[in-house]
Design a protein around this ligand. Structure first.
Ligand code: HEC
Ligand code: HEC
Length: 205
């Protein structure tokens, strides 16, 4: 957390305020202490993964070695991502990208890189608690809206993951995620269609 605060205050110093130099390096950025590539990584990280309310103690299996790696290394540039934010098949690609960023930033502003063993522990942990993916979806009203809307940030979730009375709250939380991630939201009618479809599909045996 302290390192993240450090990164945020570094960016806030104005050396590279968000919004400048998005098209690439501008001469205004050259006053900064960090090379351009590293400034870009920090800016992208802060813009892409907004502060979501994931607290270390609310992680699944929080004393697992992989959970500790997540808390220690994955909060250095952006807020801690939830293991359930992606399906098990997507985590290897996402973490591979993060190793590239981490190796690029290593040593700058105190950024630390995990060992190979820690990387394996983390991936195992993320995959064990990943988003449960829909395998077969029944036909029904709202299916297309669900498929188009709910596959934009992660793989399509399994409707049976939640009971019918739970789905309205989960969809409301996802609407907040859309706001946070600056992804276009859904109309009230669309949200109702999605909830209706999920409730129908989750009630099936
Ligand atoms: C050195 C800085 C840095 C560290 C440390 C870091 N990330 Fe990232 N992360 C980024 C940047 C930059 C982005 C935005 C660009 C992108 O998505 O590739 C990002 C985006 C993400 C996203 C959003 C992308 C998506 O598709 O949802 C996830 C999830 C993520 N990181 C997970 C992790 C995990 C897990 C770790 C711990 C291993 C981690 N990050 C550590 C820099 C970092
Ligand atoms: C803007 C990106 C985004 C969109 C679009 C999105 N999600 Fe998510 N989803 C997330 C993130 C981030 C998490 C992990 C944090 C959380 O649970 O809020 C997540 C996690 C989940 C989970 C696993 C956690 C749980 O409570 O079971 C389910 C299920 C889910 N999403 C369903 C949906 C549905 C249904 C839709 C379509 C209405 C949707 N998502 C659209 C970002 C998104």
């Amino acid at each position: 957390m302290t390192r993240r605060v450090l990164l945020v205050s570094f960016l806030a110093l104005g050396a590279c305020s968000p919004g400048t130099g998005r098209q690439g390096g501008t001469p205004a950025d050259t006053g900064s202490a960090l090379p351009m590539a590293q400034q870009r990584i920090l800016r992208a990280a802060l813009l892409t993964v907004p502060s979501a309310p994931v607290r270390p103690e609310s992680l699944p299996d929080p004393t697992n070695a992989g959970a500790r790696v997540l808390v220690q290394y994955c909060t250095q540039c952006h807020a801690m991502p939830s293991p359930s934010a992606h399906g098990a098949q997507d985590w290897p690609f996402i973490t591979r990208q993060m190793w590239v960023y981490i190796d690029e930033m290593k040593g700058e502003l105190g950024v630390q890189a995990p060992s190979t063993a820690e990387r394996v522990q983390l991936l195992t942990y993320l995959q064990a608690h990943a988003l449960e993916v829909a395998t077969s979806l029944p036909p029904g009203a709202g299916k297309e809206t669900f498929q188009a809307t709910c596959s934009r940030c992660h793989v399509l979730p399994d409707p049976r993951r939640h009971s019918p009375p739970d789905w309205p709250n989960v969809v409301m939380r996802m609407e907040r995620n859309m706001e946070r991630f600056h992804v276009s939201g859904v109309s009230h009618v669309m949200a109702e269609q999605i909830v209706g479809y999920l409730q129908m599909a989750s009630a099936r045996k």
